[in-house]
Unconditional design. Structure first.
Length: 405
């Protein structure tokens, strides 16, 4: 294993050099007429990778594949190997005929079979994330069994009132967000400037492309639930959200007025270690104090899988199978996808815009669903409006979204 890792590191170092050299000729031709790309390339050649990333991101948001490729190279240089590979695979899959896909294929094909996505050693960031994301049995037990959170719809989003580091804020309840995010544009004084400056910079996938955010630890309270956890900070306006790392231990029912949380059985790596150490049969049996609330009137259920903290559902668009993120922060009525999915999913266009003739999610079908575009996505997004004004329960214990019709 150590030999494989060592070989992989040497390959990464070598391939970084090869890819950069191969870029010299096409780089200048692809950059003509694009000031953001030119500016980013200048910073890249000066090895100012942190400064180049937001510049490439801006160009990538406008559909520039070359900028997306350079963004991957920046992540590679900064040892964000998993993010670099993610971007290279994105280009290979969605733009297979592009010149950039050729470079990405050359890199990806030389990765050792079975090699880990990221070979970088455990960093301070990894340790911080592990510390704030994992709960012990005692910490889980200390969470309240239930909570009832009023929300208000604004611009298609579900806003709740939260207290962040002692200050009241109106932010979006967002199942499509892996973590809580606070915008420094609206709330500049939530964290000390010195703490923000020292905070690790991490890449985050957004619908419009890859961006960087600072990660700090903060205390957030919503109704009766108080958590101390990872909070991502951005200067982008209007993106303050309560993400899955706040409420993933709960099932939740959403009606027209409230988000009703009920604590579900939960076992973390820490809890599992405690179970083995104590010799008990089940941590869940010891700490589960409240049953999962399930509505008996449900007629339809949609199963989901978790990728990290995100809920992924299988859907059919015009009879073609794909995946989508169930996202309460997704405001449009319909589906949201990258434009390069159009041909693959048979998306059509008329005077009213783009639409899919038929979209199926489990037993639920929508005819002539409106299609919206966001080129930074890897999967489709499905928001509550797709299902109309129906009550639903998200049950993390059984991985089901249960709708009432």
């Amino acid at each position: 294993m150590l030999k494989t890792l060592k070989t992989f590191k040497l390959l990464l170092a070598f391939l970084t050099f090869v890819v950069c050299v191969c870029c010299v000729c096409p780089r200048e031709a692809g950059a003509q007429g694009n000031s953001e790309l030119q500016q980013g390339i200048t910073l890249f050649n000066q090895k100012q990778y942190d400064a180049a990333m937001p510049v490439f991101t801006k160009a990538a948001q406008q559909g520039n594949i070359r900028a997306t490729y350079y963004l991957g190279l920046c992540h590679q240089q900064l040892r964000h190997d998993d993010k670099a590979i993610e971007l290279f695979k994105h280009i290979k899959t969605n733009f297979p005929k592009s010149e950039e896909a050729t470079y990405c294929n050359a890199f990806l094909e030389k990765l050792p079979a079975g090699a880990p996505v990221s070979v970088a050693p455990k960093t301070d960031l990894d340790k911080v994330k592990a510390k704030v994301e994992q709960l012990s049995a005692a910490q889980w037990k200390a969470l309240p069994d239930t909570a009832r959170i009023p929300f208000q719809m604004k611009h298609g989003h579900m806003f709740v009132q939260a207290k962040v580091n002692g200050r009241y804020c109106d932010i979006v309840f967002d199942t499509g967000a892996s973590a809580c995010v606070m915008s420094l544009h609206e709330y500049p004084d939530l964290f000390p400037a010195a703490e923000i400056e020292k905070a690790p910079v991490i890449p985050v996938s957004r619908p419009h492309g890859m961006v960087t955010m600072r990660m700090v630890t903060g205390e957030i309270t919503v109704d009766r639930v108080t958590r101390r956890l990872a909070v991502l900070l951005t200067r982008e306006p209007g993106v303050s959200v309560i993400g899955q790392n706040f409420f993933k231990e709960y099932s939740y029912e959403i009606d027209g007025f409230y988000i009703r949380l009920t604590k579900a059985p939960f076992s973390s790596p820490i809890a599992e270690a405690e179970r083995k150490a104590s010799g008990s049969q089940s941590v869940n049996a010891a700490v589960a104090t409240a049953p999962v609330k399930v509505a008996k009137a449900d007629r339809y259920s949609v199963s989901f899988k978790r990728e990290g903290n995100v809920m992924i559902v299988d859907i059919l668009v015009n009879g073609r199978s794909t995946k989508a993120i169930f996202d309460t922060g997704c405001a449009p009525d319909g589906v949201v996808m990258p434009m390069n999915f159009m041909e693959r999913l048979g998306i059509q266009h008329n005077s009213d815009g783009y639409y899919a003739e038929n979209v199926e999610i489990g037993p639920i079908t929508r005819k002539f669903a409106r299609v919206h575009f966001a080129n930074g996505l890897r999967e489709l997004l499905i928001g509550p409006k797709f299902f109309g004004d129906r009550r639903y329960i998200v049950d993390p214990a059984s991985n089901l979204i249960k709708f009432q019709y």
